[in-house]
Design a protein around this ligand. Structure first.
Ligand code: MG
Length: 261
């Protein structure tokens, strides 16, 4: 455990820190833009091959962008692709297919096929690992916390494999004691996700801080009885609009770690 302070303000004695991944530890926006565009491109290709007119294709493309939170300058930080799990994104896209007269069973099957196709193409892309880099000074902070005896963990709606891959690719695995992913039950933003992870780590939620870039993370933290809910706002081109935080972090260097005596 260690004393944490933010811009000179004491946050108290902290035993563990639960980090969100996308937009908090990881600069995920370039990767998620690629993913949004690849899914949109594949959906338009499929609908065009089924005879959709150019007007229908344009309407579909517009709805897909809005549903995913893809704007001209990048990605909306509290949009579906930035915050929700793959499965929730799949349901969101399937709902759009229903607006184009597919039945729900047809819509789900088509959304699954398209997501799988894009995942396969994405895996073969040489830019994959380099398109998600740690945000500035996040590695240094994890090292500092770990050295001071603070348990660090990741709580994310990415898959377990996706989280491990990111940590491994950037030499962060050594600092992370536990992972709670979209593969775990319940997943974020259910407060049970915090309880499940804290139980695995033998930590009391009230002795922990949780840091995330979405209100869903911060609300979950409050409902789970987390001691300190911190919003991180420097992970996207557009500053996330947060309301459920105790404090906001604008840069990882604002956080100071002091070893407890
Ligand atoms: Mg996030």
């Amino acid at each position: 455990m260690a004393h944490l302070s933010l811009r000179g303000h004491s946050l108290g004695l902290i035993h563990g820190v639960l980090f969100d991944k996308d937009g908090t530890l990881s600069h995920s926006e370039p990767h998620l833009i690629q993913l949004a565009d690849a899914r949109t491109e594949e959906i338009i290709r499929v609908f065009a091959s089924r005879g959709a007119s150019s007007d229908v294709q344009a309407e579909l493309q517009d709805l897909l962008k809005r549903a995913m939170g893809r704007c001209d300058s990048g990605l909306i930080p509290d949009g579906t692709l930035a915050v929700a799990s793959r499965q929730h994104n799949l349901l969101s896209i399937a709902t759009i297919f229903c607006l184009f007269d597919l039945s729900w069973p047809q819509a789900i099957v088509l959304a699954e096929e398209i997501f799988d196709t894009v995942d396969r193409l994405h895996k073969q892309s040489p830019t994959k690992a380099s398109s998600r880099t740690p945000l500035p000074y996040s590695k240094e902070l994890l090292n500092e916390l770990h050295s001071a005896g603070v348990v660090c963990a990741v709580i994310s709606n990415d898959t377990h494999h996706g989280i491990e891959q990111f940590l491994h690719d950037h030499g962060l695995s050594q600092f992370i004691t536990g992972i709670w992913s979209a593969d775990d039950t319940p997943c974020k933003p259910n407060p049970g996700a915090v309880h499940g992870l804290c139980k695995k780590l033998h930590l009391n939620p009230s002795d922990c801080a949780l840091i995330g870039d979405a209100d869903s993370d911060l609300l979950m933290a409050c409902r789970a009885g987390i001691g300190c809910a911190l919003g991180y706002v420097a992970g996207w081109h557009r500053t996330p609009d947060l309301t459920s935080h105790q404090y906001l972090i604008h840069h990882w260097q604002e956080l100071r770690v002091e070893q407890a005596q």
